[in-house]
Design a binder for this molecule. Structure first.
Ligand SMILES: *Cc1c(COP(=O)(O)O)cnc(C)c1O
Length: 330
């Protein structure tokens, strides 16, 4: 891929090689352990692409905890393999039929269930979002990504990467990578949001690029909202990225200009998905492919001795059928 891009060297942090295939297991194990320690009877969560649901159901199976996952009907249809896995793992899956039938409505639905018995239920949020202490807690569990990447990169290259790139939905895989490098002023950091069908259409989820400050799900952040302050329906080809808000620390990092936030559209994402698959034999998740797309875009403008480290948040098993169908590969 480095040769094909024709510039800076591209490295991948392989979170796709984790058990369950994504970075989400990092915070799910932490959340399930905490729930058990606190003596909670049920662990509850929302899921978008189903990755958080599978990871949480996995952690709950491991620890013998009851697990209930709320998921939009559209995502249930699109992410069938993850739905099957959640059923096998023994969690209760609640289909959400309201609103856009995707992630934002799944969060509302799961919050409502949680409020029925907050003393005995534990809400295991799926990203660095929600009220305190969720963003901090999920970030701390995810910070292992950056700790490992920093150590491995230093060991291999004897220097730090010049640029870090991660996709941003709620922002957990990006915060997980960025946290270990925040004090390294020479390391440039870029978060990539989904531009969907284009930033000039309503079909995107580019919260930091185009959002305004407002409140959502119990916290303040840049978000995409209508004139009344209600969250707008958002869209991305990657179910895990279509959330109208974003973690508060990302908003802060944008404000202080420590991290740059850009967007990649569906077409660029699909192109990167196919390129990484065919050039390296690594099929990425559509979410992660947004980060890969931006890496290939800027690599060619950078000298060959510069390095880019991309967080490959997930593998593409869950998206393979969808992409093959979408691109008429059959
Ligand atoms: C959930 C998910 C995301 C988006 O969530 P973040 O909190 O922004 O990391 C990105 N990539 C994959 C593979 C996911 O499953």
């Amino acid at each position: 891929m480095t040769e094909a891009a024709g510039g800076a060297q591209i490295y991948l942090k392989r979170e796709d090689l984790n058990h369950t295939g994504a970075h989400k297991i990092n915070h799910c194990i932490g959340e399930a352990l905490l729930a058990k320690h606190m003596g909670k009877t049920k662990v509850l969560a929302e899921t978008g692409a189903g990755q958080h649901g599978v990871a949480l159901a996995t952690a709950c199976a491991l620890l013998g905890m009851e697990c209930e996952i709320h998921m939009g009907e559209i995502d249930i249809a699109k992410e069938h393999p993850n739905v099957t896995k959640m059923k096998i793992l023994g969690c209760k899956l609640v289909p959400v039929t309201r609103g856009t039938k995707t992630l934002k409505d799944a969060v509302d639905s799961a919050f409502e269930e949680y409020l029925k018995d907050p003393v005995n239920f534990f809400y295991a949020i799926g990203s660095v979002v929600g009220p305190h202490p969720f963003p901090k807690m999920v970030r701390d569990f995810q910070s292992i990504v950056g700790q490992e990447a920093r150590e491995q990169f230093l060991a291999k290259m004897n220097k730090l990467p010049d640029t870090l790139i991660a996709c941003v939905g709620g922002g957990s895989n990006a915060m997980g990578l960025f946290t270990a490098f925040l004090e390294d002023d020479e390391v440039r950091m870029i978060g990539v949001e989904p531009a969907g069908k284009g930033l000039d259409t309503p079909d995107h989820a580019a919260t930091l690029s185009l959002g305004i400050k407002g409140q959502l799900h119990g916290f303040e952040c840049y978000n995409l909202q209508d004139k009344e302050g209600n969250p707008l329906p958002v869209y991305s080809i990657a179910s895990g990225l279509d959330y109208p808000g974003v973690g508060p620390q990302h908003c802060y990092l944008k404000d202080i200009k420590r991290v740059e936030y850009v967007a990649a559209d569906d077409k660029e994402c699909l192109d990167a998905f196919m390129k990484l698959s065919r050039l390296e034999g690594i099929i990425p998740a559509l979410e992660s492919a947004h980060a890969v797309a931006h890496a290939m875009k800027i690599a060619k403008e950078m000298p060959k001795d510069k390095t880019i480290l991309v967080n490959l948040s997930d593998r593409g098993d869950k998206d393979a059928d969808f992409v093959a169908d979408y691109l008429s590969l059959y």
